[in-house]
Ligand binder design. Structure first.
Ligand code: E4P
Length: 217
């Protein structure tokens, strides 16, 4: 499973990228706003750090305007994936950009039917939002499972990019189901390293090392 990092914060992207933990980046208008930077400028900087797909989202609602924005975003770098919402206008834009050879990430997916439409429109990535479904007491992981089954039934090549990841547990569950990619905030990726027994075991080893006066360098 590929790891995308869901942020527009350069330092955090660099730190994880240097560790080989970043196969791509996703941003959205909220994350760009949080960075306080110009979308074109910050996206260009991210693309210069990460060689995998970098999703940059349109902000228009009509297909013609989305297309113009998508084409402008795609010119930033070869690894841009234009992110469009899962609306009828977004699907039209997806089809046109895909036909032009541009990667498209269809976002704000909350149902298997929406994912089926995105695949038919040739999306490179479909982004089902797990956490936002869980917030409503619905089952985000079940949606990933359903989309996996449907795409495999028919050989759709659209990559399932599990999004709105809230916990380390979401990451391993998505990997078990067979999501192609998970995009997660940096703190969730780092939290995957945590285990209470690791902390406990390390504390015991350190205490014994000190008692025995073990020195290595
Ligand atoms: C994905 O591409 C989105 O940017 C993101 O995962 C949304 O996550 P949130 O529901 O935590 O805002």
């Amino acid at each position: 499973m590929k790891f995308f990092v869901d942020t527009a914060e350069i330092d955090q992207i660099k730190e994880l990228n240097d560790l080989g933990m970043v196969d791509g980046v996703t941003t959205n208008p909220s994350l760009i706003a949080k960075s306080g930077r110009d979308i074109l400028e910050v996206t260009k900087e991210i693309c210069s750090i990460v060689s995998g797909p970098v999703s940059a989202e349109v902000v228009a609602l009509e297909a013609d305007d989305m297309l113009a924005e998508g084409r402008k975003l795609a010119k930033i770098a070869d690894n841009i994936a234009v992110k469009v919402p899962l609306t009828w206008a977004g699907l039209k834009t997806c089809k046109t950009l895909t036909d032009d050879g541009i990667m498209v990430n269809v976002t704000l997916c909350f149902s298997a039917n929406q994912a089926l439409l995105a695949a038919k429109a040739g999306a490179t990535f479909i982004s089902p939002f797990i956490g936002r479904l869980d917030d409503l007491n619905m089952d985000g992981l079940e949606l990933i499972e359903d989309i996996r089954t449907i795409y495999d039934n028919y050989g759709f090549e659209t990559n399932i990019l599990a999004a709105s990841i809230r916990s380390a547990n979401h990451m391993s569950e998505c990997a078990k189901i067979g999501a192609d990619v998970c995009t997660a905030p940096p703190n969730v990726i780092k939290a995957m390293a945590n285990h209470v027994l690791t902390d406990k075991g390390l504390a015991a080893f350190m205490a014994d090392a000190e008692k025995a006066g073990i020195k290595i360098v």
